[in-house]
Design a protein around this ligand. Structure first.
Ligand code: UDX
Length: 462
């Protein structure tokens, strides 16, 4: 099928690449002409596992192409994926102006009827507004635009795998023929009748993805409800961690046992610095705002947001307790991205820690396997090191802020020897208290016993 993708951001590129790899002809367009030029020359503007490989093979096979002329993309397609950004407004509501702009473009540029697929994360009832706008902007054209809501559940770092191996594909429609067309678009993924270049040999045996056909409003709600529930789970685990610290229990023992109950599930119960990124914080706000507009007080989500915002304060309280005076001290921050396996620093708790340490006059050094360039663009005052061992040299404290496996695997004895003081405050519960005790560190984390070992490192002044 001829598909168009409008908006070549994270979701648009992953969607376009994977559908091209699945055999469709995909044309991508974006208002950012420089981004289109880079994509045309094979440069992928974001770091996402497997994405560059898939885009390159699709570009070479002619399955994917890019144009700065949205009209060409619209006219060349049977179905159009809208993947533009819906950033939060001051009041927490989602800014839908880019969607409205695309609606006008489609209505004016199309020369035949189209299936218009909403892939961007939007509040419920947006799809119906979009359909109204399309018919208003295309009055007297004789064309019909059927709207579908097709929310994505892609996680940064595993997005390509998530697209090829979805738990479910949700399509919100108003008629059977739209559902049939969506089934055609996703048939290769549902039937797995093509080799997905993510797993070397064969893909893991997972249950076949379901295609769920719902109303448009339900589909839009499913996205916000799912993300908000995951965020709620994380905040719940974080309050449990606070309780464990007060009572003298171990949050990992507690959440592990909770998670063994399939009604609860073990994922998204990792206590720490809280959730960040471009999805959870804004989706939570937009969902609370949407509920408020219809008189539903989503108190529990407001509480989840409040708990999440307090994680940084809790973490910095541990830093103050351990370091006493922060001003003038050299601290090493391990991790800048909002989570592991991405270079994305949007709404990153790690960056907020760095910002607060700088504000208190600390000499902030930092490292991250992928996100240094993006962090440096926002926070040039930090001293960045690509080598984590350089980052920790002469540090009075190491603050672990992102759950990169690389940090867990560090040679912590060597880290201890390089530091001015063997002090680690672990915002992601990445290290084991037992190992830290063995290596004579002072070690503090969330919801677990504190380790008060520690001897002055041999690194000072050398
Ligand atoms: C999320 C959803 O998972 C995905 O389905 C949706 O499409 C987009 O939003 P993403 O933002 O990439 O994906 O990140 P995710 O892996 O969900 O992590 C979100 C945040 O929660 C990160 O900051 C992560 O560090 C934090 N987190 C996650 C925890 O603090 N504890 C956990 O147990 C899990």
């Amino acid at each position: 099928m001829n598909l168009a993708v409008i908006g070549c951001g994270y979701v648009g590129l992953v969607t376009g690449a994977c559908l091209a790899e699945a055999g469709h002809d995909v044309i991508c367009t974006d208002v950012d002409t420089e981004r289109i030029a880079r994509l045309q020359s094979g440069i992928v503007p974001i770091y996402e596992l497997h994405l560059d490989k898939i885009l390159e093979s699709a570009r070479k096979s002619g399955k994917i192409s890019y144009t700065a002329n949205a009209g060409d993309a619209i006219r060349a397609s049977d179905a159009i994926f809208i993947c533009v950004g819906t950033p939060p407004k001051e009041n927490g509501d989602a800014d839908l102006s880019a969607i409205d702009h695309v609606a006008r473009q489609i209505a004016l540029e199309a020369r035949s009827s189209k299936l218009v697929i909403e892939k961007s994360t939007v509040p419920a009832r947006t799809g119906l507004e979009l359909r109204h706008a399309l018919s208003a902007y295309s009055r007297n054209s004789g064309l019909t635009f059927r709207v579908v809501s097709n929310p994505e559940f892609l996680r940064e770092g595993t997005a390509v795998e998530d697209f090829f191996h979805p738990d479910r594909i949700v399509v919100g429609v108003e008629d059977e023929s739209s559902a049939d067309q969506m089934r055609e678009i996703y048939r290769p993924i549902l039937e797995r009748n093509f080799r997905r270049p993510v797993h070397q040999d064969t893909c893991p045996v997972t249950s076949k993805a379901l295609l769920l056909v719902t109303t448009i409003n339900s589909a839009e709600l499913i996205k916000h409800a799912s993300n908000s529930f995951l965020a709620l789970k994380i905040s719940y685990a974080n309050v449990i961690a606070d309780l464990c610290e007060k009572i003298g229990a171990d949050v990992e023992e507690v959440t592990h046992a909770m998670g063994l109950d399939p009604r609860i599930g073990g994922q998204f119960l990792r206590a720490g610095l809280g959730f960040g990124g471009f999805c959870f914080p804004k989706d939570l706000q937009a969902f609370v705002h949407l509920a408020g507009t219809v008189g539903v007080d989503f108190d529990i989500l407001k509480a989840a947001e409040r708990v999440n915002k307090q994680r940084i304060d809790h973490f910095l309280a541990k830093v103050h307790q351990a370091l006493w005076v922060v001003k003038g001290k050299r601290v090493a921050i391990l991790g800048l991205a909002f989570k592991a396996s991405t270079d994305d620093v949007r709404f990153s708790p790690a960056l907020e820690v760095a910002r607060r340490m700088l504000a208190e006059g600390a000499d902030v050094h930092a490292t991250d396997p992928e996100a240094i360039a993006r962090a440096k663009a926002i926070m040039p005052e930090v001293t960045y090191h690509h080598d984590p061992y350089q980052a920790v040299r002469d540090a009075e404290a190491v603050l672990i802020c992102t759950e990169w496996e690389e940090f867990r695997q560090l040679d912590w004895e060597r880290v201890g020897q390089l530091m001015a003081r063997r002090l680690v405050i672990d915002g992601r519960n990445l290290c084991s208290p037992a190992l830290m005790r063995e290596l004579d560190f002072e070690y503090f984390s969330f919801g677990r016993e504190a380790v008060r070992g520690g001897r002055v490192g041999v690194g000072v002044g050398q």
